[in-house]
Design a protein around this ligand. Structure first.
Ligand code: C2O
Ligand code: CU
Ligand code: CU
Length: 495
C-alpha cells in the first residue's frame, strides 16, 4: 500500500506527542541519484579531515546549512588496511570543539577520539591508528559530550571500510560504488527555510529525536543504478535515534554477510533486518531479475510512553515491533539490464571470518539503562535538558570512572533496558552477544558486534585488548544520541 504523504508523516513519527513536522517542502522532491562518497585511502599517508560548516543542496531550491568532514555534508569513506597504520589529521575549522571518534576501531583510548579528545576551534589532531582487526564496516563521528547529537545530526559522520589483505578472498562483491555500496541511512527534519530542524528538549530527549525525511548518503530517498546481479550493501544507521526495520518492497530475500565487527562465518538468508542507531550490517542483494525495487522500513515504535500505555492496555503493540503496515521508502534500486555483476554466485562460507572466542568470563557486571537518575516517575522526565538519563542510576560524569577492566580479561556484561529499547555501545573493542532475554541468540547475531539493541536483557562477552587511562578512558553508552548527551554514558579504564 502506498501511503499518502500526510499519513506517512503521522505513522512514521508515531508519537503520542505532537511530532515535529516539516512543512511541505519535501513531499515533491524527485528521487536523486544516490551520492557515493569519495573513497579515501588512509593507509597511504595522512588524510586530512577538515571539520567544516557548509551548505548542501539536499532539498531543491534551498541550501541547507550543514556540517561535514572535508565535504559539505558527512565525510569521505575512509579505507583502512589491516597491518598498515591509518594516518589522519583532523582539522577543526568550526567555531566550537569537535572530535573524530573511530567507532568500532580496536585502538587505545588515547587514539579513540572520545569526549576527552576534543579538538579546539582552529587546532588539529594528528593520529596514527594501528589497524589490527578483521575486515569490517565501521564509522567515525564527532563525540563532544552534550553536543554529539547536534553535531552528528549536522553531518559530522562518515564510514570506514577496514580491509584485511590476508582474508580478502571472500568472493563478495568488492567494486566500491559499483557493486559494493556504502549506505548511510539518516532521518532529518527541515524548517521552512530549508535548514535542518532539531531539538533535544522534552519528548525529543526522552524518545530520542526522530524526523520525517529519510536521507541516504545525504540525499532524500535516492535511487541507485546497480548492476543486474549480486550487490553488496554496507548499511550504517547514522540516525540519532530512529530504528529501521529494513526489507525490500517485493518481499525478496537477501543475505546478511556481516555485522558490526566483520563477516559472519556464512551468509544468512533474511527477509528483514533491524538496524539500531550506530549499527552496521552488510547484506548481498540479488538484482539479477532486472526489476526495480524499493528498500523500505517499518515504523519505529520504540517509545517509552507507548510501552507504558501498552502495559495499561494489553494487546496493543509492544514498543519494538516493526509497525507493520506503516512502512516507508528508504531508497530505490534500479538495475541496468546491460550491466552484468562482477560476482555471480554467493560463497557458501567465509573462511576468513573472525571466529569469536572469548573463553570463560572471569567476572560479571550489571548495567541498568535508566531514563532518570535516582528516580522512577515518568512525569519527571518531561522537563528536557541534560543529566536526566543514567546507567546504574548515575548520569555521565567525566570525572568519574565507572568500571575498571584488565587488559585481555573476559567479562560478562548484563545490560538491562526496561522503559524502551536502547542501543548499547562499547568503545575500543567488539563484543559477542551471548544471550538475549535468557535465550541463545540466532546465528546472525553471533558475530562480532559493538552496538546491541537491548530490549529487556542482553548478556555480552567483553574483552578489551587496548589501554584506557583515568585521564582518557573509554566510553560505554546508549547510541540514541539524545540519551547519550543526557547522561546515559559511563567510562571505563583498561589497565
Ligand atoms: Cu558511535 Cu561513543 O560512539
Ligand atoms: Cu564508539
Ligand atoms: Cu537509550
Amino acid at each position: 500500500m502506498k501511503l499518502h504523504r500526510r499519513q506517512f508523516l503521522v505513522c512514521a513519527s508515531g508519537s503520542l506527542f505532537a511530532p515535529f513536522l516539516a512543512h511541505g517542502a519535501i513531499a515533491a522532491e524527485a528521487a536523486r541519484p544516490l551520492p557515493i562518497p569519495p573513497l579515501v585511502d588512509a593507509s597511504n599517508g595522512p588524510v586530512t579531515l577538515d571539520a567544516i560548516g557548509s551548505r548542501a543542496d539536499i532539498l531543491s531550491g534551498a541550501a541547507t546549512p550543514t556540517l561535514g568532514y572535508s565535504q559539505s555534508y558527512l565525510g569521505p569513506v575512509l579505507r583502512f588496511v589491516r597491518g598498515r597504520s591509518a594516518r589522519l589529521n583532523v582539522v577543526n575549522r568550526l567555531p566550537f570543539p569537535v572530535t573524530s571518534h573511530w567507532h568500532g576501531m580496536h585502538v587505545p583510548a588515547i587514539l579513540d577520539g572520545g569526549p576527552q579528545l576534543a579538538i579546539a576551534p582552529g587546532s588539529n589532531w594528528k593520529v596514527e591508528l594501528p589497524v589490527d582487526q578483521p575486515a569490517a564496516t565501521l564509522w567515525y563521528h564527532s563525540h563532544i559530550h552534550g553536543q554529539t547529537a547536534r553535531q552528528v545530526y549536522g553531518g559530522l559522520a562518515g564510514m570506514i571500510l577496514v580491509e584485511d589483505p590476508d582474508a580478502d578472498d571472500t568472493g563478495l562483491p568488492f567494486d566500491y560504488g559499483v557493486d559494493d555500496i556504502p549506505l548511510v541511512i539518516q532521518d532529518r527534519a527541515f524548517s521552512d527555510d530549508g535548514s535542518f530542524f532539531y531539538t533535544n528538549r522534552g519528548p525529543a530527549t526522552m524518545r530520542g529525536f526522530r524526523a520525517d525525511t529519510i536521507l541516504v548518503n545525504g540525499a532524500v530517498r535516492p535511487k541507485a543504478d546497480v548492476p543486474a546481479g549480486l550487490v553488496r550493501l554496507r548499511l550504517l544507521n547514522g540516525s540519532n535515534a530512529r530504528i529501521y526495520h529494513l526489507s525490500f518492497s517485493d518481499g525478496r530475500r537477501f543475505h546478511q554477510v556481516a555485522s558490526d565487527g566483520g563477516l559472519l562465518p556464512a551468509p544468512v538468508a533474511r527477509e528483514a533486518v533491524t538496524l539500531a542507531p550506530g549499527e552496521r550490517i552488510e547484506i548481498v542483494a540479488d538484482f539479477s531479475d532486472g526489476n526495480p525495487v524499493t528498500l523500505q522500513s517499518g515504523a519505529d515504535t520504540n517509545d517509552p510512553m507507548r510501552r507504558m500505555i501498552g502495559r495499561l492496555a494489553p494487546g496493543s503493540r509492544s514498543s519494538a515491533d516493526s509497525g507493520g503496515a506503516s512502512s516507508f521508502e528508504v531508497m530505490r534500486f534500479e538495475p541496468s539490464p546491460g550491466r552484468g555483476a562482477g560476482v555471480t554466485a554467493l560463497p557458501t562460507r567465509f573462511a576468513g571470518a573472525p571466529r569469536p572466542d572469548f573463553g570463560e568470563p572471569v567476572r560479571s557486571r550489571d548495567f541498568a539503562l535508566n531514563m532518570l537518575a535516582g528516580g522512577r516517575g515518568m512525569g519527571m522526565r518531561m522537563g528536557g535538558g541534560m543529566g536526566q538519563m543514567s546507567i546504574n542510576e548515575k548520569s555521565y560524569d567525566p570525572r568519574r570512572i565507572d568500571v575498571r577492566m584488565q587488559e585481555g580479561e573476559t567479562e560478562l556484561w548484563r545490560i538491562r533496558a526496561s522503559d524502551m529499547a536502547h542501543p548499547f555501545h562499547i568503545h575500543g573493542t567488539s563484543f559477542q552477544v551471548l544471550r538475549e532475554n535468557g535465550k541463545d541468540v540466532a546465528f546472525e547475531s553471533t558475530g562480532l558486534k559493538d552496538v546491541i539493541l537491548v530490549d529487556g536483557e542482553a548478556e555480552l562477552l567483553v574483552c578489551v585488548a587496548h589501554a584506557a587511562t583515568d585521564k582518557v578512558p573509554f566510553m560505554f553508552h546508549c547510541h540514541i544520541l539524545e540519551h547519550e548527551d543526557a547522561g546515559m554514558m559511563g567510562q571505563f579504564t583498561v589497565g
